[in-house]
Design a protein around this ligand. Structure first.
Ligand code: RP5
Length: 166
């Protein structure tokens, strides 16, 4: 879903990251939050990354969700180029199961923060929920939708395990 002036940018280093980052997109969809999803690679398209990050605030974005794997420099480099909050999603890499992605994203030097989430799908979903929480501070209707999302999530959890499931 890409509307005019969406508040959230979802950026990722490669098409291969979409399998993870689509979970952020689907979570934003569930909360009726508009976003723009783009491939922006710190290594393969550095000029695109600089252009995006330097223009992100002026473009109307409020939050950036950045997913990358391996030597995952995209979230940190983006954070260095924009005043917007950046949430980093470590994509599960083939070689090191995302440990490389996680450490690349989380170990930022003091002064340039990246809000780093869990490796993989959980991180992508939670990045979207954090973005929603930020936007909900100034959007009561969204705050209500976020409350409803959590209530439904709680209601969907059974009190006891189904012993027929393995
Ligand atoms: C990173 O390299 C991307 O974020 C991706 O997770 C990883 C591998 O990219 P591909 O070789 O699949 O394009 O820049």
């Amino acid at each position: 879903m890409a509307k005019t002036n969406p508040p959230v940018a979802i950026i990722m280093g490669s098409q291969s990251d979409w399998a993870t980052m689509r979970h952020a997109a689907e979570t934003l969809d569930a909360l009726d939050i508009a976003y723009d999803a783009r491939i922006v690679s710190a290594h393969r398209t550095p000029a695109r990354m600089v252009s995006f990050a330097q223009g992100a605030k002026a473009a109307g974005f409020k939050v950036v969700i950045a997913g990358a794997g391996g030597a995952a420099h995209l979230p940190g480099m983006t954070a260095s180029l924009t005043p917007l909050p950046v949430f980093g999603v470590p994509v599960e890499s083939k070689a090191l199961s995302g440990q490389d992605s996680l450490l690349s994203i989380v170990q930022m030097p003091a002064g340039i923060p990246v809000g780093t989430l869990a490796i993989g799908r959980a991180g992508a979903v939670n990045a979207a929920l954090l973005a929603a929480a930020v936007l909900a501070l100034s959007d009561e209707a969204l705050a209500d939708r976020l409350d409803t999302y959590r209530e439904r999530q709680s209601a969907a959890i059974a009190e006891r395990p189904d012993r027929t499931q393995t």
